[in-house]
Design a protein around this ligand. Structure first.
Ligand SMILES: [Zn+2]
Length: 341
């Protein structure tokens, strides 16, 4: 038995998570530290390397030496050279960074780098709610909206690594300009930031809602909580966001004909309040034949999806963990919870 681990790392805007991951996708050691984003790219990279060293040492002490590193990062990652082609200003200095080469040189371990949403989708496909499907779309609903697509068992990266940017599918011909340069992007309607911003605007306009009594700053979690308690504004706001999500889903389903759409990220915990309207809007816009064989599921790996996904990707990239065979994929081995769970 090969007793080796990959050190999987998930870089976020506020925290960095790392875990020692086996070829089966089990996490042996897990650590999280805050992201010193404001201190610049060098400091963030140093923090990542210190965290990797800690997790590597702990795993080693338990008899599991590290075979390599998998790093999931926000932004567009070039599929061949592991360079961050584009990152949002939330990580100053991250755009243009030769991330794979830097981490590999500093650690003397083989390294792979993936976009964080692509990594989470790969994790859910290999070890979570997408397991057993040949074709899967994953939507990560958090502060922003991210995505990943698996087509016939192959992850969709795009020529520059910028494929499956579901948050930047346009859902409104007359919508506002997005920071990405697009118009009416899904992220402007169905992200945590968008929902919180809309709620604050509603309060400013004097709308009658229980959100008036919650502590500031107002977040999407407050809106979800109010929605669960039956607050009419919150219920309607989440339904509107869900409708926009449904428009984007209809486009994705028409393009990729998946068996499964998996929803991850903190905002997916809104469940039926958000995903019910999304489901109805989507089904109203797609071929009935396609709708019949499609199931919507919640992600199973929770906050660990990107750590597990990028590690499993590294195992595959290093030739140590082959993809499931066609026979293995045709069996529904681990159906995830339905979104109405
Ligand atoms: Zn956009």
């Amino acid at each position: 038995v090969l007793k080796r681990v990959i050190i999987g790392v998930d870089l976020g805007g506020t925290k960095i998570a790392a875990g020692a991951v086996t070829p089966a996708g089990d996490i042996l050691v897990a650590r999280t530290v805050p992201t010193p984003a404001a201190e610049g790219a060098e400091t963030v990279l140093g923090t990542i390397m210190a965290l990797v060293a800690d997790v590597t040492r702990e795993a080693d002490e338990e008899g599991w030496p590290a075979a390599g590193i998998g790093l999931a990062t926000p932004g567009v990652v070039h599929p061949r050279d592991g360079t961050v082609v584009y990152a949002t200003p939330t990580l100053p200095g991250w755009s243009g960074l030769r991330l794979r080469d830097s981490v590999a040189a500093a650690s003397a371990l083989p390294t792979v780098v993936l976009n964080d949403a692509h990594a989470a989708a790969w994790g859910e496909w290999r070890a979570g709610a997408g397991r057993g499907a040949t074709d899967m779309v994953m939507v990560t609903l958090g502060t922003g909206v991210g995505g990943g697509v698996v087509v016939g068992g192959v992850p969709l990266m795009g020529s520059q690594g910028a494929a499956a940017r579901i948050g930047h599918v346009s859902v409104d011909t007359t919508g506002p300009r997005c920071y990405c340069g697009g118009i009416g992007c899904l992220e402007l309607y169905a992200s945590g930031i968008a929902i919180a911003r809309a709620a604050q605007a509603a309060l400013d306009q004097g709308v009658d809602t229980a959100l008036r009594s919650v502590s500031r700053p107002l977040t999407a979690a407050h809106v979800v909580e109010a929605g669960r308690a039956g607050d009419p504004y919150a219920v309607a706001a989440l339904a509107t966001a869900g409708q926009y999500l449904g428009v984007a889903l209809a486009a994705l389903v028409a393009l990729f004909n998946p068996q499964v759409v998996v929803f991850g990220g903190g905002l997916s915990e809104a469940g039926d309040l958000l995903l019910g309207p999304a489901d109805r809007e989507m089904r109203n816009r797609i071929l009935p034949l396609v709708a019949e064989s499609l199931s919507l599921r919640l992600a199973k790996l929770g906050g660990h999806a990107a750590v597990v996904g990028v590690a499993l990707w590294a195992w595959r990239d290093f030739g140590l963990s082959p993809d499931p065979t066609e026979a293995e994929r045709s069996v529904e081995t681990a159906p995830g919870p339905a979104y109405r769970a």
